[in-house]
Design a binder for this molecule. Sequence first.
Ligand code: SIN
Ligand code: FE2
Length: 216
Amino acid sequence: MTLELFDETSAEPSHEAITLGAVILRGFARECAAELLRLVAQITDDAPWRHMRTPSGHRMSVAMTNCGTYGWLSDERGYRYADHDPISGRPWPPMPKGLFELADAAATAAGFAGFAPDACLINRYVPGAKVSLHQDLDERDTQAPIVSISLGIPAVFRFGGSTRKGPTRAFRLIHGDIAVWGGPARHAYHGVDPIPEAQHALTGGVRINLTLRRAR
Ligand code: SIN
Ligand code: FE2
């Protein structure tokens, strides 16, 4: 805990290259993190956390919701974007302007100017939750980057190449970090290892991730 706070506040914001087209912007969201968590709380009042099922019927360990014009869904029909929350039948909560602007600024800092995200998937991890290695392939615009904001307790993020079998590298993502990948790295395999137990001053024992994309 003490160590974690030290990590977060000691390092200057910096860019850490992952590979061509992929970078971690260390600390990029640190100053607005508390505000982002307030926005997430408002969004989940309207569109609550839920554990989606994979097309094969497996319950995902990560709880999810969405904001923006389109929300990412998984169920027995497959993976897709939808403009309504299937639980409420209403449109997803709108994407807050500050979140759109933060994602646009992060994309620009990573070399992808003109990002206009229309979808934000919000993931909640408790210790043990994970996301297996996968590619993001459900978006129409395969040039637009992916902007992924980490809040709360740390994660080990795995990043590989464009084949499932290839080697991966592990990167520790902490509160306030933003990973961006696009262009030559847009279809890289990536995932999150099971989250270790930890505590964070703003989120308790939870990790929140916001993934912004251009879906349509
Ligand atoms: C994902 O890319 O699917 C998850 C990213 C994260 O939680 O850091
Ligand atoms: Fe992903």
